[in-house]
Write a protein of this length. Structure first.
Length: 65
């Protein structure tokens, strides 16, 4: 993976999860827990932490923008 994309497998997966989460936040009325579980997070707090780490803002703030 790294030879082709110059990214680790974990980075590629994280980018894809982040892309999907932004789409769901923009285009659905699902709450954060529903989005978290649909993306495979066992806890909504794990999703919140993942989103904040990568976007520098909580999911609900992103949705409000």
């Amino acid at each position: 993976m790294r030879e082709i994309t110059e990214k680790t497998t974990s980075e590629v997966i994280a980018e894809r999860l982040l892309q999907e989460s932004k789409i769901l936040l923009r285009h659905t009325e699902w709450n954060v827990s529903e989005i978290a579980y649909s993306l495979g997070f066992k806890e909504a707090t794990h999703f919140n932490n993942f989103f904040k780490k990568n976007m520098k803002m909580p999911p609900m703030r992103f949705r409000e923008m």
